[in-house]
Ligand binder design. Structure first.
Ligand code: S3P
Length: 432
């Protein structure tokens, strides 16, 4: 599908975004192993979270849904071995977390996905799961990943070699059913939804400081109890509208009920640093996560503070927002520099290459590094741009399109549904 985007003067309005993808995946998986019935409100409408639910259904979990509410009847005694492969679609979170959960339960299963997912590294989860005693077959550390099953895992202490919440969560989920305790050490804090949600389901999770990072431990044999929860709006989806409002002066957008978990919300700090007006109202806790309404207003073009670059520990907290931030950079005085973000090369596309290719084609001055890029303030022009099959690239360049001269056409635009099926309609509803 092609999506045509016209230049807009400003964006204005009051919207919500789909439930958080990371939190929805975890809610589905934890509900599936909990005793009792869990009602999840505002479950993400994304294709990715649909993949998680489909895998759980194939594993024999009872799931009913109506609108954005999902009701899951857990199987605390484990899953049946699936008759078919588990198709994780485009979703790295589904495959990596599900692998941990199933390995811990000793379930025999094959996990696979689309072409993009089959090209992404799975060695990062196979390594620690094998250390715990799992037997896993794969072709050079890529999906399909076959869990041989029938093995009782043993708890380990594992230091993450890359800052990855998916790997951390995979190991912790495996640890729930391993002998003894399982600890993950992360030098750089990553999103902590798994830790928060495990507690919500009644599991003891120990978290202690470890250098500048932390050590998270769970105990084998932990039993989960069903609990109802409401998923906050996805701050990573909100990011596109925050940036759209920031780069079109005289914009005023409020996004209600957005997740404000401190391991996810650094984009608000970046926007503030660029002089964009951000106000938070109605702050509260929902399902163990902080949420609130975010209003973004911009009177002048954003400006990069002197000596500012996004690097080091900051990156993990912004990793999914980089495509949106690249557009902020191209439309801000002083531009934007991102370093230490090599992980972007193994996302749904090589996001550094996708961003550089498209921004350059829009006329931006951009320099590519192995682990990042630097973009200068540029006058963007429309044209035809590929999404590279990557939802966040499609959405970021739709936002670039509303600030660009002339019409912008996003090719293979349907992949936005991987996280945000109604994205283009919502963007169109804000444009004035
Ligand atoms: C996610 C973790 C991040 C992020 C992804 C979702 C999660 O991936 O990019 O979109 O839900 O745990 P990594 O753990 O690979 O950094």
């Amino acid at each position: 599908m092609e999506q045509r985007i016209q230049r807009a003067e400003r964006v204005r309005g009051n919207i919500t975004v789909p439930g958080d993808k990371s939190i929805s995946h975890r809610a589905g998986m934890l509900a599936a192993i909990a005793a009792g019935t869990t009602r999840i409100s505002n479950f993400s409408a994304s294709k990715d979270c649909g993949s998680t639910l489909e895998c759980l259904t194939t594993l024999g979990v009872g799931i009913a849904s109506s609108g954005s509410e999902v009701i899951i009847t857990g199987r605390p005694d484990g899953f049946q071995s699936p008759a078919a492969e588990l198709d994780c679609g485009n979703s790295g979170t589904t495959i990596r977390l599900m692998a941990g959960l199933l390995a811990g339960l000793g379930v025999e299963a094959t996990l696979t996905g689309d072409e993009s997912l089959r090209s992404r590294p799975m060695g990062r989860i196979i390594g620690p799961l094998e250390k715990m005693g799992a037997l896993i077959e794969s072709s050079e550390g890529k999906a399909p990943v076959h869990l041989v099953g029938g093995r009782k895992l043993v708890g380990i202490e594992y230091e993450l070699p890359v800052a990855s919440a998916q790997v951390k969560s995979c190991v912790l989920l495996a640890g729930l059913n391993a002998a003894g305790s399982t600890s993950v050490i992360e030098r750089t804090p990553t999103r902590d939804h798994t830790e928060r949600m495990l507690r919500g389901f009644g599991v003891e999770v120990d978290v202690s400081a470890f250098g500048s990072g932390r050590k998270i431990s769970v105990h084998g044999g932990s039993r989960l109890k069903a609990t109802d929860l409401t998923v906050p709006g996805d701050v990573s989806s909100a990011a596109f509208f925050l940036v759209a409002a920031a780069i079109l002066p005289d914009s005023d957008v409020t996004i209600r009920d957005v997740g404000l978990n401190p391991t996810r919300s650094a984009i608000l700090d970046v926007l503030r640093a660029y002089g964009v007006g951000i106000e938070i109202a109605n702050e509260r806790i929902s399902g163990g996560e902080p949420i609130g309404d975010v209003r973004v207003r911009s009177l002048v073009l954003p400006k990069r503070p002197t000596g500012y670059s996004i690097r080091g520990e900051m990156v993990a907290n912004l990793i999914d927002e980089v495509p949106a931030l690249a557009i902020l950079g191209a439309c801000s005085e002083g531009g934007l520099e991102i370093c230490d973000a090599g992980e972007l090369r193994v996302k749904e596309s090589d996001r550094i290459a996708s961003i550089v290719t498209n921004l350059r084609a829009m006329g931006a001055e951009i320099e590519e590094f192995e682990n990042g890029f630097r973009v200068e303030m540029s006058e963007l022009k429309g044209g035809r741009f590929d999404s590279f099959g990557d939802h966040r690239i499609a959405m970021a360049f739709a936002v670039a399109g509303i600030a660009a001269k002339g019409e912008t056409v996003i090719e293979n635009a349907e992949c936005a549904g991987v996280s945000f099926p109604a994205f283009y309609e919502v963007l169109g509803s804000l444009a004035v």
